[in-house]
Write a protein that binds this ligand. Structure first.
Ligand SMILES: CC(C)(COP(=O)(O)OP(=O)(O)OC[C@H]1O[C@@H](n2cnc3c(N)ncnc32)[C@H](O)[C@@H]1OP(=O)(O)O)[C@@H](O)C(=O)NCCC(=O)NCCS
Length: 329
């Protein structure tokens, strides 16, 4: 099994690999796709997979036998056990027949999964289709420390005076939806790098972290994505920008070559990153099953998870044209 890079690369407007997420444009290579296939179904992490920070086993896995790979289009289905389970089909290239939606709906129906979604990619100079959620992939490259990226009044939580440090728990509780309650548990377990905080009146009102680096598939050091939030009543006063710049200063001084981020397009952090000069690498659009046609699925027999035959969902597709067997594994 191998991907034809000549087929895949031209239909990949965003450097994004299923199960791994965005990668640096210079790290994008056929080998990454082979690597995620090699660990499919094993629960193992690739050595450069950032998700190993948070779990002992890799959750999302590619379903190799469900892959469609032709000169014009590549569809890569994945399965995640988290929650009620979810299927995703990553679409590279045009999909005029809606094969991805059909495939993922069939998978979810057969296996009783709670969620099914289709992920498509749109270049940085395009306007992603309206009506559904999309994120922007952004790249910050670190050079020499910049005077703008100074830590300012920001301190690591562990370095705050005791009474201020004690307010972090309440801060984290209030930003549970932004991941801070989870992060706080990791901090208490001593399992993560420093978390930077800004205080007002002796209380933590904003934080960013954990600050950690990891080498990518090429050996370059990247700053990993952080949790980032400011209490609602303190937003719009510059704390977010101050925290962001302190985080960039940390990355520069700890040898990171770059950071990749995914921000909700048009949201506050997206605008902040754009204003701070990050380079847009394009958009990732996620369309949940509820958003597409509810046409009934035909009643073909369920397909076992790791024995999918691509192009045979609902038994409709034969040979020839896009999606034909000729271009698949
Ligand atoms: C993102 C967040 C941390 C920004 O904090 P903040 O203290 O309000 O940010 P600042 O006051 O420093 O604003 C910095 C820039 O962010 C952008 N921004 C902030 N609030 C914004 C809003 N409501 N709408 C659009 N852009 C906004 C602007 O570009 C702003 O620059 P400007 O003031 O020169 O226009 C804060 O909005 C937040 O906690 N949001 C919820 C959690 C979240 O989305 N985290 C990011 C996950 S990736």
């Amino acid at each position: 099994m191998r991907f034809e890079w000549d087929w895949l690369q031209p239909v990949m407007p965003v450097p994004y690999v299923p199960t791994l997420g965005p990668v640096h444009p210079d790290a994008l290579a056929a080998g990454l796709f082979s690597d995620v296939l090699d660990v499919a179904g094993t629960g193992r992490f690739l050595p450069y997979d950032k998700d190993q920070r948070w779990a002992d086993r890799k959750d999302e896995t590619v379903l190799p036998n469900g892959i469609v790979h032709t000169r014009h289009q590549t569809l890569i289905p994945t399965w995640s056990q988290r929650g009620a389970g979810s299927f995703t089909v990553y679409v590279y290239g045009p999909d005029p027949d809606g094969q991805a939606a059909e495939t993922v709906a069939k998978l979810a129906a057969d296996h009783g999964a709670g969620r099914a979604r289709v992920v498509t990619f749109h270049g940085p100079d395009t306007t992603p289709p309206p009506g559904t959620a999309h994120t922007r992939v952004q790249l910050r490259v670190f050079g020499r420390p910049s005077p703008a990226d100074q830590p300012g009044p920001v301190r690591p939580v562990d370095g705050l005076p005791g009474p201020a440090r004690a307010t972090f728990a309440g801060f984290a509780d209030r930003l549970t939806d932004d991941g801070f309650a989870f992060l706080h548990r990791q901090m208490q377990a001593g399992a993560v790098g420093p978390v930077l905080a800004v205080t007002d009146g002796g209380r933590v009102v904003g934080a960013i972290g954990p600050m950690e680096t990891m080498t990518d598939s090429t050996g370059a050091s990247r700053l990993l994505p952080q949790y980032f939030g400011v209490l609602p009543e303190h937003r719009g006063h510059g704390y977010g920008r101050t925290l962001w710049r302190a985080a960039m200063h940390w990355g520069t001084t700890h040898g990171a070559a770059y950071q990749l981020l995914q921000t909700e397009t048009g949201g506050a952090s997206d605008r902040l990153c754009q204003a701070e000069g990050l380079r847009s690498l394009g958009f990732v659009q996620t369309v949940p099953r509820s958003a597409w046609s509810r046409a009934p699925l035909c009643s073909a027999a369920p397909v076992p998870l790791f024995r999918l035959v691509s192009g045979r969902v609902c038994g409709r597709r034969g040979g020839g044209g896009r999606g034909s067997r000729a271009g698949r594994w």
